[in-house]
Each structure stands twice: as C-alpha cells, then as structure tokens.
Design a protein around this ligand. Structure first.
Ligand SMILES: Cc1cc2nc3c(=O)[nH]c(=O)nc-3n(C[C@H](O)[C@H](O)[C@H](O)COP(=O)(O)O)c2cc1C
Ligand code: SF4
Length: 437
C-alpha cells in the first residue's frame, strides 16, 4: 500500500484548518458513510481488523477497546478524547488540532457511531491556547454545517462535542486522572478495574482515545482495513506522527509509516545530529521510555520492534542527545519533572520520585556516593508495577536504564566533583564536595 500522509500533507497551506479546505480534500465523506450506512458492530469489526493501536502511549488495540463497552446498558455512554499531550518530547496532537482539527472531529463521529455514543468531550491541555481556539473554531463551523448536533450530516444520529480545558497537570493525561478531573475533582488516577469502558466518567461507560488514534479512523474507512494493515508492520500499522527533538539539525513532527528505521528518522528526516557531532543516546517514546544507547539505535519505530529492543514506542516523542550530553544532567532534568508531576497518592511513587530526584541531584552537584548507583536501581525496582497508575514506571524506566547504560558519566560526576554543567557554573567548588563519598 502506497503511503499517504493523513495529518500533515497540507500543513503549510493557507486555511488548512478550515472546514472548506477539509471538505475539498474529501473531508467528512467517511463520517457520512459511517453514520448512514455502516452498522455499529461492523464498524467495530473493521477497526479491529485494521489493527489500529492507540497512539496515546500504551498501544492498546482500538477496536478491541470499543468492544468492551456494554451494548445494552441504560447508562449514557461517553467518548473522552485525550488531548492532554504533556509527555516530554511529544508534540503531535497539538499539530493535528492546530493544522487539521476536522480530521479529529470526523474521527469522533465515526467512533461515536460505532459505540453508540451521543456525547463527546475533548479534554485539552490547558497550555494549548492556540490549539483550543482552532478546535473551537472547527467545532463551530461543524455545528453550523449540520455535521454535529441532533441530526449529524442528515443521518438522524445525534452527537454533541464539547471542549474541556485542563489546568496543566501531566497526570491528567492518564485516563482515569483525566476523567476524575473532567468530573470536577482533583485529577488523581483510580485503580483499574473497573476500566473506563465499563465505568468511566460520571460512573458511565466511557471510551478514552487519543487525538491521533481517532484521526486515523476516516482513513481506515476510506482504504479499508486490509490496505491499512499493509502500511508498516501488520501488528501495529498505519501512518504515524514522530516528534523529533534535541540535538538534531531539523527538529519537528514527521509523518511516516509505522516501522520507519530510527536512524532514517534521525539522519534523513530530522537532518542528522547537529554540528556534525556523534549520537550518544535516544529516548524513543517520550521521556517515560527506557533510553537507547547509540549502538542500540538500529531499530524500527514500531510497537513490537521497540519492545524487543527493551524500550517502547510510547507517544513517539524521540529525544536525541549528542556526544556532549552529560547523562547525569539529562536524568536530573527528567527526574525533576516526574517528582513535580506525581499526584502523591501512592507511597512508592510519591517517595520514589522524590528520592530519585534527590539522589541524582546530589550526584550532579558533587555530593554523590558510589553506592548511589545501586540505590537508584533499587528505588526503581520498588516503584515499577507497584502503584495505581504508570507514572511511577514512567519515572523508573529512564532512571534505571540511564544509570545502567551510562554508568561512566555518573562515576565521573561522583569522583570528580559533580556534572560538567554544575562544575562550569561553580568552578571553585570542584573536587571539594565529593570527598565524603
Ligand atoms: C502518566 C501518564 C500520562 C499519560 N498522558 C497521556 C496523554 O497526554 N495523552 C494521551 O493520549 N494518553 C496519555 N496517557 C495514556 C492514557 O492513559 C490512555 O492510555 C490513552 O489516552 C488511551 O488512548 P489510546 O488507546 O487512543 O492511546 C498517559 C498515561 C500515563 C500513565
Ligand atoms: S503512581 Fe504516582 S501519579 Fe500515579 S496515582 Fe500513584 S502517586 Fe499518583
């Protein structure tokens, strides 16, 4: 199947965000078909057959998730679109909402028809002011054109969509935290089961899907599940947005087939490592993923290949670090983030993220001890899989992998009075503070 960009093809064209532009490209044809011709169960089967996997981080099969929603419930069913996008290194959903918001709205209609949903919320990250404006404009246009409302596209089907703005908390991207926040409570995750598909927002069955996941739906209906499955690896196929940031010549969001080699993504699309330097490390799936050392980077960017390489595709936020990067400083930056964002409900996460930041901080600041290296791995071991949500794992994965794979940087900081960046800022302190180690 020839690859076609479904999100970014027209991003540089004037008015690409408008309904008129979207319709000119054939927009809303698939939603019309879904609303008027497709039976809900057939739609779910088609999405299952496409092998579409969630683009929010966990990679769960979308059609399978929809199939978990009870069919004969008297409760209202909801769709909540996860547009919180706070994973460090990730900037793809924002690009869709700013440049091509109607593809998300069309995906919402298809999902709602498949699952029998009349109310959709888009939970959008609070800092995304421009994306919110663009999305609201698109929703207003769509209501005016009869695409949403009591009689969507003349099909007799009623579907409403509402934007809800978050207040800038990473944890509200975790689905149960997001639903709690949407209900008006503190955005704190809940234990699963029950899963949102059975008991979600307001205690009702709720589909939670990522912006990019839903944006794939019109294309799947357009070309059919079989053709879609042929784009990239059959187990996790489709067009994919990869966000490349860090030490590259041309950072940005690149739409490519799933399974593109990581080296091709960095060297061809992102222009290679900047300033002619060498690659040192890549975190391939947002900061929550295990790090890859340069020699491990001959890997395909898809769910199975990255899992086999000991890391994950996650949100496809590819953070590239060149040979001058001090991995102690890099890890401190990441640990500060997770400590700040932990919601504090679970002891292993609240204390673990705090201790990880403290230990890495003291290594970076010339007060580290050799036994801190084992201690970091031990703290991580006490966090992974032992908490309500996966934020604790998300902090532990980069920590343990960076310390193990880049031990030399940590030993150097411990033995020589701190990380290079800290020593540059505090030249007179060099060598003094490490003496107690
Ligand atoms: C700490 C944490 C943060 C998350 N942040 C996001 C996010 O910003 N956006 C997102 O779509 N999913 C995020 N997720 C994943 C969601 O919980 C959920 O799996 C996803 O929205 C489901 O949609 P999908 O199946 O379409 O991927 C996060 C998960 C965790 C544990
Ligand atoms: S793992 Fe961390 S962020 Fe998740 S619920 Fe527990 S304390 Fe909160």
């Amino acid at each position: 199947m020839a690859f076609r960009k479904i999100f970014t093809q027209h991003n540089n064209e004037k008015n690409c965000h408008t309904l008129a532009f979207y319709k000119k490209q054939g927009g809303y044809k698939q939603a019309r078909k879904a609303l008027k011709k497709w039976e809900p169960d057939d739609l779910i089967e088609e999405i299952k057959a496409s092998n579409l996997r969630g683009r929010g981080g966990a990679g769960f099969p979308t059609g399978v998730k929809w199939g978990f929603v009870p069919k004969n419930t008297k409760k209202t069913k909801y769709l909540v679109v996860n547009a919180d996008e706070s994973e460090p290194g990730t900037f793809k959903d924002r690009v869709i909402m700013e440049k091509n918001p109607h593809v998300l709205l069309e995906g919402i209609l298809i999902c709602c028809k498949a699952v029998g949903i009349q109310s959709a919320y888009i939970y959008i990250r609070g800092e995304f002011v421009f994306a919110t404006q663009r999305l609201q404009h698109a929703i207003d246009e769509a209501y005016k054109a009869g695409i949403f409302g009591d009689d969507c596209l003349g099909s007799g089907v009623k579907i409403d969509v509402t934007i809800h703005r978050g207040a800038g908390a990473y944890i509200c991207g975790e689905e149960t935290g997001m639903l709690t926040s949407l209900e008006g409570d503190r955005g704190q995750p809940k234990l699963k089961p029950p899963f949102p598909a059975v008991e979600g927002v307001f205690g009702c069955p709720t589909v939670v899907n990522n912006v990019e996941t839903l944006g794939n739906l019109p294309y799947i209906l357009e070309i059919g599940a079989t053709a879609y499955r042929a784009i990239g690896p059959a187990k996790s196929p489709g067009p994919k947005l990869f966000c490349v940031s860090g030490h590259v010549e041309n950072p940005g969001t690149f739409e490519l087939p799933m399974g593109v080699p990581l080296r091709t993504l960095i060297d061809k699309h992102a222009g290679g490592i900047w300033k002619g330097r060498k690659l040192k490390a890549v975190i391939p799936g947002g900061s929550s993923a295990h790090v890859l050392a340069a020699e491990e980077c001959d890997v395909a960017m898809d769910i199975e290949s990255l899992a086999a390489a000991g890391t994950m595709l996650g949100s496809a936020g590819v953070i590239v670090m060149d040979e001058t990067t001090c991995m102690v400083d890099a890890l401190l930056n990441v640990m500060r983030f997770y400590h700040h964002e932990s919601c504090g409900q679970c002891t292993p996460c609240r204390e673990g993220t705090g201790w990880l930041e403290k230990i890495v901080h003291r290594i970076a600041h010339g007060e580290g001890r050799m036994e801190d290296l084992d201690l970091i791995v031990d703290v991580c071991d006490r966090m992974v899989g032992k908490t309500i949500c996966a934020l604790a794992d998300a902090a532990a994965f980069p920590a343990e992998s960076i310390v193990i794979k880049f031990k030399d940087d940590f030993v150097d900081a411990i033995q020589n009075g701190g990380s290079p960046a800290w020593k540059r800022r505090h030249p007179t302190a060099v060598g003094g503070a490490a003496s107690h180690g």
